[in-house]
Design a protein around this ligand. Structure first.
Ligand code: SF4
Ligand code: SF4
Length: 374
């Protein structure tokens, strides 16, 4: 086996994949059912994978459903993304006191290599964005580079897009093209099998340890066709306009007021987004004042404090905060990082309590720009 080769494993092979990765010292993280959702969590074995579970998604709506087959990866994005393992929501960066030395970040001092199992194209693109934003530049985030270093990626080509997915129109899915060690395409016909594409030498070595069969040509063709067909079944799409230009030139459009009337400024969209990376720090002391800690936590541009500057917040209205989020994500992100900040995973749509849908909002803005809007 070598990069570029293709093989086939069965469902038991997937269990062996988890076992082999764990035996090689990886912390294996993958999908499992917990609290009425498919979440990402550390896996002790392949038996914890969500066999036979699917999801129904719509704006402000996410429900688990039982499937008629035993598919493992036939669920679209859940509430958590891989970001939480590379860029934790909350971490202590410093602890000081009379008897304490500042504590180092364990992720930097003793990093644990992670293996991500079941990464879709959209989320693989999001990881690539985080690598550019947090791991690139003159001052990379050492915690992020330690957590993402040596990452083993088992990608899952998507054959079951959800109702709020639009990765095809963002050019990030449903298939994966690079950035993986192994890529799986699931087939649940008479036999439950996975076509495996080998991306790296390490992927080849892991696959050799699992054991695999050569694929029939028809099986590979069927796998490729099922991924291509998924592109045509996306629940949503972005309007085909110059999106950075649209958000740049729409500052005074009436539609922002319309969104603001619905938006609760709760920040859910930024918390579930796999590419939002902003953080803030908080200092806390105990009651005696002997010990102090500094914590880093995710921040949201929907918080009033996010734009607090010498005496007040610059973005006081929900309208200005929503416009900031969308304008950065879809517009100025290109100037800063060379791509869109949106990968089309749809999480911000189904986890928005108001059911606000950025593809619909962009469409309304495009209509207003063309004179067709209200
Ligand atoms: S768009 Fe939705 S999720 Fe985002 S802040 Fe507004 S109400 Fe919350
Ligand atoms: S903006 Fe929404 S659809 Fe785009 S990457 Fe973030 S959560 Fe996914």
């Amino acid at each position: 086996m070598e990069p570029g080769d293709t093989a086939v494993i069965d469902r038991a092979g997937l269990d062996r994949l988890v076992d082999v990765l764990r035996a090689r010292g990886y912390r294996v993280i993958g999908p499992r059912v917990r609290e009425n959702a498919v979440v990402l969590d550390e896996l002790a074995s392949g038996a914890e994978l969500p066999d036979g579970w699917g999801v129904e998604t719509a704006p402000g709506y996410y429900r688990l459903r039982r499937r008629e087959d035993r598919a493992v990866f036939a669920h679209s994005a859940g509430p958590g993304s891989w970001k939480q393992f590379l860029h934790p929501p909350r971490r202590r960066v410093l602890a000081v006191g009379p008897d304490l030395e500042p504590e180092p970040d364990p992720a930097v001092e003793a990093p644990v290599r992670s293996a991500f199992l079941g990464v879709r194209g959209c989320d693989l693109a999001a990881i690539a964005i985080l690598r550019r934003v947090l791991g690139g530049g003159a001052y990379p985030d050492t915690g992020f580079t330690a957590r993402s270093g040596g990452l083993f990626v088992v990608a899952a080509n998507c054959t079951e897009p959800g109702g709020v997915c639009f990765c095809a129109s963002m050019g990030t899915g449903p298939g994966v093209t690079d950035g993986y060690d192994l890529a799986l395409t699931e087939h649940t016909g008479a036999e439950h099998r996975f076509v495996v594409d080998v991306g790296t030498e390490e992927g080849a070595a892991v696959l050799a340890e699992i054991g695999s069969c050569p694929p029939a040509e028809s099986e590979v063709v069927q796998a490729r066709e099922s991924v291509s067909a998924a592109a045509g079944r996306m629940g949503r799409s972005m309007p085909e306009v110059d999106i950075p230009g649209l958000v740049r030139d729409s500052r005074d459009f009436a539609h922002w007021e319309d969104v603001a009337a619905r938006c609760l400024t709760c920040g859910n969209c930024t918390m579930v987004c796999p590419t939002c990376f902003c953080t803030t720090t908080e200092d806390v002391t105990d009651l005696t004042g002997d010990h102090a800690e500094r914590w880093e936590r995710w921040a949201s541009c929907f918080e009033l404090d996010f734009s607090y500057m010498h005496g007040g917040s610059v973005r006081r209205t929900g309208e200005s905060r929503y416009r900031q989020w969308l304008s950065h994500k879809l517009g100025t992100w290109h100037d800063q990082f060379g791509s869109s900040g949106c990968v089309g995973c749809g999480r911000c749509i189904d986890w928005c309590p108001a059911g606000i849908d950025l593809t619909a909002e962009l469409t309304r803005l495009a209509e207003e720009a063309s004179g067709a809007g209200s």
